[in-house]
Design a protein around this ligand. Structure first.
Ligand code: FES
Ligand SMILES: [Fe+2]
Length: 317
């Protein structure tokens, strides 16, 4: 794994005051909010007999294990063992591992690793998300694939004419113009003009006939975020996606989609379906990729000029 970085792992709106479990990079965690609104994350497996804390409850900001009622405060320290007589002391080892948490841009971010100075690393900066007063929707997509393969699929221009021919990809124009890579702190992006087929469904109301190539910018932030900006003739579509690594071969993509057109609620379902349709076209391809984990040896797979953004990702990781 890429250690000592902030991972976007869940939508902010998904965590309330009751405990919620989260599996990330094979670790079982529990998340909850205290009365001050702060989110806390700790291991889900009670250090006493291994019961799952997520099945417990919150009592005055402490999480209470459902098995013997041990109470852990947000820093993981056990502060109450109900079976103890007042003379008994709480063992020092009665402490749950906790993880630094932040909320930003609509996601919850966890600092994963063994570094003890999360402040040395920051969450990537993309204020466009916060300044956006556009119509937005969010959703999830499940993959039986490693998150790095999923993430790279989001940086891949050359597959559109093949995998997305049934959506926007134009199978008669597969060439990709020379990519110019924009490197920035924590990631990189590239902009191209993709040949597209005439729009389908609702979008037909906005444009008719052949479409000029569509300016498209895509990029990533380490460790697990991608974005896509599509400059359509009738407006802009932007999708930010956190590819949450559940375990080595399971990923959940949590996406937020912004649009400048059809800004009424009535068009949300169409926007949702379009996003899911694209992911669903990618799914069988990405799940078929072997090895499942991207080789760390840069020479183990081949690169052509259209793969320059993926190569930049591999170099940075
Ligand atoms: S297993 Fe959690 S209190 Fe005993
Ligand atoms: Fe795709």
């Amino acid at each position: 794994m890429l250690k000592n970085l902030w991972y976007a792992v869940e939508f902010s709106s998904a965590i309330a005051t009751s405990p919620k479990s989260l599996k990330i990079l094979d670790r079982d965690l529990v998340l909850y909010r205290t009365a001050d609104g702060q989110i806390h994350a700790m291991n889900n497996t009670c250090v006493h007999r291994g019961a799952a804390l997520v099945n417990g409850w919150i009592d005055r900001d402490c999480i209470v294990c459902p098995y013997h009622g041990w109470q852990y405060q947000p820093d993981g320290t056990c502060v109450k063992i109900p079976a103890n007589l007042p003379t008994a002391t709480i063992p020092k080892q009665a402490k749950m591992a906790t993880y630094p948490v932040q909320e930003k841009y609509g996601w919850i971010w966890l600092f994963l690793g063994d570094g003890d100075a999360p402040e040395l690393r920051s969450i990537p900066n993309f204020p466009q998300v916060e300044s956006s007063n556009l119509r937005s929707i969010q959703g999830e997509f499940h993959w039986n694939a490693n998150y790095e393969r999923v993430l790279e699929n989001g940086l891949d221009f050359a597959h559109a004419p093949f995998v997305h021919a049934g959506a926007f990809g134009n199978p008669h124009a597969p060439e990709i113009e020379e990519l110019s890579i924009d490197n920035y702190d924590g990631g990189a992006s590239a902009t191209v003009h993709l040949a597209a087929t005439p729009p389908k469904g609702l979008w037909k109301l906005l444009v008719r006939g052949e479409r000029a190539p569509i300016k498209t910018r895509t990029g990533f932030f380490l460790p697990n975020l991608t974005f896509l900006e599509v400059y359509l003739p009738f407006g802009q579509l932007t999708i930010w996606t956190a590819h949450v690594p559940i375990d080595l071969d399971t990923t959940v993509s949590k996406w937020i989609n912004f649009r400048t057109f059809f800004t009424g609620k009535w068009a949300d379902k169409d926007a949702h379906n379009r996003t899911i349709k694209i992911f669903a076209q990618d799914k069988p391809i990405v799940e078929s990729q072997r090895p499942q984990i991207i080789p760390s040896d840069l020479k183990a797979e081949l690169y052509v000029p259209a793969d320059a953004l993926q190569l930049q990702y591999r170099k940075l990781r």
